[in-house]
Design a protein around this ligand. Structure first.
Ligand code: CMP
Length: 385
């Protein structure tokens, strides 16, 4: 056992066997930040991995506060549940350390046990599902994260209707709104975030967070309208577009401003919201090879292939851009690999168009693939896919 952990001997109220439980010392867990739905990020050990106590003999799982509080009726129901479960042996819970898989399994086991317990209200069940979603987020498993968030939302909504006190109600309304926002249900998100604000103290944390997320949701509505005009984004699901929107920033451009310089590293893609921009090869005052208008995009080549920018982009008018960073694209490419093929096609077409300007020396011709398949390979390598 490492010196970052403490241990204690516990007795299982279901199978009555003893075991050693390990948990991290609090000083080994340093909170760095939280997502808007409170998902925590730690430096060092993540205490979330250890919050569920699991009996390594029978797989009974529970939060510490409810560990021993099991009636004989609950006990027989949990025993039956455990017997039917096929998941018991998938991780050795006698170990002192837990990985992401063990943490996921511990919350799944706890969720099942709690469905048989009288002290498990909809709020508690929703919270377990929310934690399962966070764990999936740590593992970049967007699909399963969405399923757990949706289940959490259904529990929170039930709790909101039946047993919410004033403070709990505003937190629940906030979480329901935030889950809707993450799923791209922006209209529902607006409604619930407003509800959260209505229920709470104007000086409190939830009021501040709800206000902030209301602004983000309104922005996301604009961003998603703009995404709808971009061909290669159109096949993406609402929740993927919503994830892109979360990372997207609005930028102003003024006439004559150089937005990208040929030869520089590029980590963002830009969509034109308002105005126009020109594409110049080699020199800034060369005849533009193309003029990009509202709804068109640029910067996809270096963002996706990892190569330096192949052209200068200059604002031809004042206007507004959306900037989407590389980090947001990885999830998109993992979820929809066909997007890489569509973009490779666009890159090939744009490069072919540039070859119509023979007077202009093309940058790094030998370093660039020429075919759609060549680009596709480069994109996959660049994103470690
Ligand atoms: P990137 O190389 O990242 O940065 C410069 C951008 O110019 C490039 O991505 C393309 O998005 C864009 N570009 C290059 N050639 C053309 C073209 N012929 N038509 C439209 N856009 C282009």
């Amino acid at each position: 056992m490492s010196d970052q952990m403490v241990s204690r001997i516990l007795s299982c109220p279901i199978c009555e066997q003893s075991f050693t439980l390990y948990s991290p010392k609090s000083r080994t867990c340093q909170l760095i930040k939280r997502d808007p739905d409170f998902c925590p990020y730690y430096q060092g050990i993540n205490p979330l991995f250890y919050q569920i106590w699991v009996c390594p003999h029978c797989s009974y799982a529970s939060y510490k506060d409810h560990w021993s509080d099991v009636s004989s009726r609950e006990k027989s129901q949990i025993e039956l549940l455990i017997k039917q479960s096929t998941e018991r042996m998938r991780f050795d819970f006698t170990r002192s350390d837990r990985n992401l898989f063990a943490a996921l399994l511990s919350y799944q086991l706890a969720y099942r046990c709690y469905t048989k317990r009288r002290n498990a209200g909809a709020f508690l069940l929703g919270n377990i599902q929310l934690r399962l979603a966070w764990l999936c987020r740590y593992g970049n498993d967007l699909k399963r994260e969405r399923i757990h968030l949706e289940t959490a939302r259904i529990h929170f909504q039930k709790a909101y209707q039946h047993d919410a006190g004033k403070n709990a109600a505003s937190k629940m309304a906030f979480l329901i709104g935030e889950i809707h926002r993450r799923a791209g249900n922006n209209r529902d998100a607006l409604e619930w975030l407003m509800q959260a604000k209505k229920n709470c103290d104007v000086k409190g944390e939830i009021y501040r967070l709800a206000n902030h997320q209301l602004f983000e949701t309104q922005e996301a509505i604009h961003f998603m309208q703009a995404f709808g005009k971009v061909d290669f984004l159109q096949p993406l699901s609402k929740d993927l577009l919503s994830l892109l929107a979360t990372h997207t920033q609005r930028r102003r451009m003024s006439q004559g401003q150089i937005i990208c310089r040929q030869g520089e590293a590029g980590d963002s893609l830009f969509i034109i919201l308002k105005g126009q921009a020109t594409v110049h090869l080699n020199t800034l005052n060369s005849t533009p090879v193309s003029t990009l208008k509202e709804g068109e995009f640029f910067g996809e080549m270096s963002l996706l292939t990892g190569q330096p920018r192949i052209a200068h982009i200059v604002a031809a008018t004042d206007g507004e851009l959306l900037e989407i960073p590389k980090i947001a694209f990885r999830t998109v490419l993992v979820a929809t690999p066909e997007t890489a093929a569509t973009i490779s096609q666009i890159i090939t077409e744009r490069l072919a168009e540039n070859e119509r300007y023979p007077a202009i020396v093309q940058p790094e011709p030998q370093a660039s693939p020429r075919s759609k398949t060549g680009f596709l390979k480069r994109i996959m390598t660049n994103y470690d896919l």
